[in-house]
Design a protein around this ligand. Structure first.
Ligand code: ZN
Ligand code: ZN
Length: 162
């Protein structure tokens, strides 16, 4: 099943079509997908890059066919513009973002850019990994290919007690 935004404040639960991995994209099975403020904005106001219908969700923890856990760097960049070559790919003018330009993680299965997968250590508390309200995984400032580790952030008002 998947959640599909069909318009402002219009969401539907629909069956998930059988997704097949394709060149450059890996099929993942979503375990958790956090709701971030951007998702709330998309729900209420839309987004400059959002075209309906769309499966939102870009803060996810998912597993591949072998059960390896990943989070996904949600941006997909061109790799050759002045921002990309200058190490500021988060400003890429051709940025494609999971959940806006292509379907995201509010779905049992998702196709994610293979180059954007970031392995999650097996010992990590996976349910918190995809929960932006408590403990979010974020790697936006780094290219996945150079990301040495996943950085975790938590917000003091809702920091986990353990
Ligand atoms: Zn977010
Ligand atoms: Zn670029």
């Amino acid at each position: 099943m998947k959640l599909v935004l069909r318009g402002l404040e219009r969401i539907a639960i629909e069956p998930t079509a059988a997704l097949e991995a394709k060149t450059g994209m890996t099929r993942l099975f979503v375990r958790y997908c956090g709701i971030c403020r951007t998702d709330a904005k998309m729900w209420h106001e839309g987004h400059r890059d959002l075209v309906f219908p769309r499966v939102p969700g870009h803060e996810l923890l998912a597993e591949d066919e072998e059960g390896r856990a990943f989070t996904v760097w949600p941006g997909r960049v061109c790799g050759h513009c002045r921002y990309c070559t200058g190490g500021r790919e988060n400003l890429c003018e051709s940025m494609q973002i999971m959940g806006f330009h292509f379907d995201g993680g509010f779905s049992h299965t998702v196709l994610a850019p293979t180059e954007s997968l970031i392995p999650v250590p097996a010992a990590s508390p996976t349910i918190r990994f995809a929960s932006p309200n408590r403990w979010a995984a974020s790697s936006m400032p780094w290219k996945p290919s150079t990301c040495k580790r996943v950085n975790r952030y938590w917000f003091s008002a809702a920091a986990p007690s353990a």
